[in-house]
Design a protein around this ligand. Structure first.
Ligand SMILES: NC(=O)c1ccc[n+]([C@@H]2O[C@H](COP(=O)([O-])OP(=O)(O)OC[C@H]3O[C@@H](n4cnc5c(N)ncnc54)[C@H](OP(=O)(O)O)[C@@H]3O)[C@@H](O)[C@H]2O)c1
Length: 264
């Protein structure tokens, strides 16, 4: 996982109240980083924070915030400033899905997803890169998805947000390669978290069978980040799927995605 020393440095993890975010926070705290945990559910964040302090003896700050609300990023930056925290690591993990036929979906829900998955992620990255550049060191992990590699009927706008995340991250990895800043995109396949309860997607039997645990997925992302890789797909089967998607005709790929992702 590289020899990056994170002792006395700060890592920000968005979406740290459940799923992958909890694992990212634990992996980074295990490497000595102090951690700021951000999500909406304060009681969950407090429980995660207490576990990290006990297991790893690091400082942990909790910021309960709706990152999908307008003005969330300036509010977050204000709280970081007040706490004297200048982050070395940013894990842009908070994200939601919206499952179902696009034309029938509720606009407010789609809009909130675009705000969180795209606007907040981009705004936070944009705000913190100059801080990292001035410090001469920084690490940004953007959480994308296997859904970024093809259009996904019945998760159409969600997959499109993740295609954006993948594109942005790979470009930033290149732009910042001489600035001492590493940017990577982690693309998980189906992973056991609260994600599908929130998105309203009932998984098919096959998808349930290939579901990964969240810990190895998060580890793959952190390893790629410190190695300087631009992007990684977690898991062998998911890697094979991403590869196949590149060589098969696009209409075949979209039809296959529709079959596994059908509205139900
Ligand atoms: N699980 C999968 O199969 C899968 C596959 C590909 C990609 N991903 C991506 O992985 C990332 C993490 O998701 P997960 O699977 O770990 O799902 P999860 O268990 O539902 O976690 C999502 C996290 O984001 C936070 N969040 C959601 N809306 C928020 C908001 N408006 N403001 C602040 N925080 C918010 C949630 O906390 P609160 O509810 O407390 O705010 C939670 O901590 C997402 O970007 C997702 O798109 C997941």
């Amino acid at each position: 996982m590289g020899n990056v020393n994170l002792r006395n440095k700060w890592a920000l993890v968005t979406g740290a109240s459940s799923g992958l975010g909890v694992d990212f926070a634990d992996i980074l705290a295990g490497r000595g980083a102090n951690v700021v945990l951000i999500a909406r559910r304060a009681h969950k964040l407090e429980a995660v924070a207490e576990g990290l302090r006990q297991r790893h003896g690091v400082e942990v700050n909790v910021i309960a915030l709706d990152l999908g609300a307008p003005g969330a990023v300036p509010a977050l930056l204000g709280q970081l400033d007040a706490a004297g925290v200048s982050p070395t690591v940013l894990i842009n993990n908070a994200g939601v899905g919206a499952h179902g036929a696009f034309a029938d979906s509720e606009w407010a829900r789609v809009h909130a997803m675009l705000q969180l998955n795209i606007v907040t992620l981009t705004e936070l990255t944009h705000a913190l890169l100059p801080v990292m550049r001035a410090a001469g060191e920084g690490y940004v992990l953007q959480v994308g998805s296997l859904a970024a590699f093809q259009a996904c009927p019945y998760s159409a706008a969600y997959a499109a947000t993740k295609a954006y995340v993948l594109s942005l991250g790979e470009a930033l990895n290149f732009e910042l390669r001489d600035a001492g800043i590493k940017v990577a995109v982690l693309n998980p396949g189906i992973t056991e978290t609260e994600f599908f309860d929130v998105s309203g997607h009932n998984l098919t039997k096959w998808l349930e069978r290939v579901m990964m645990k969240s810990r190895p997925v998060a580890e793959a992302g952190i390893a790629a980040l410190f190695a300087g890789d631009a992007s990684v797909v977690a898991g062998t089967l998911n890697k094979a799927t991403a590869l196949l998607n590149r060589v098969l005709p696009r209409r075949t790929v979209v039809a296959t995605a529709a079959r596994y992702n059908r509205a139900n």
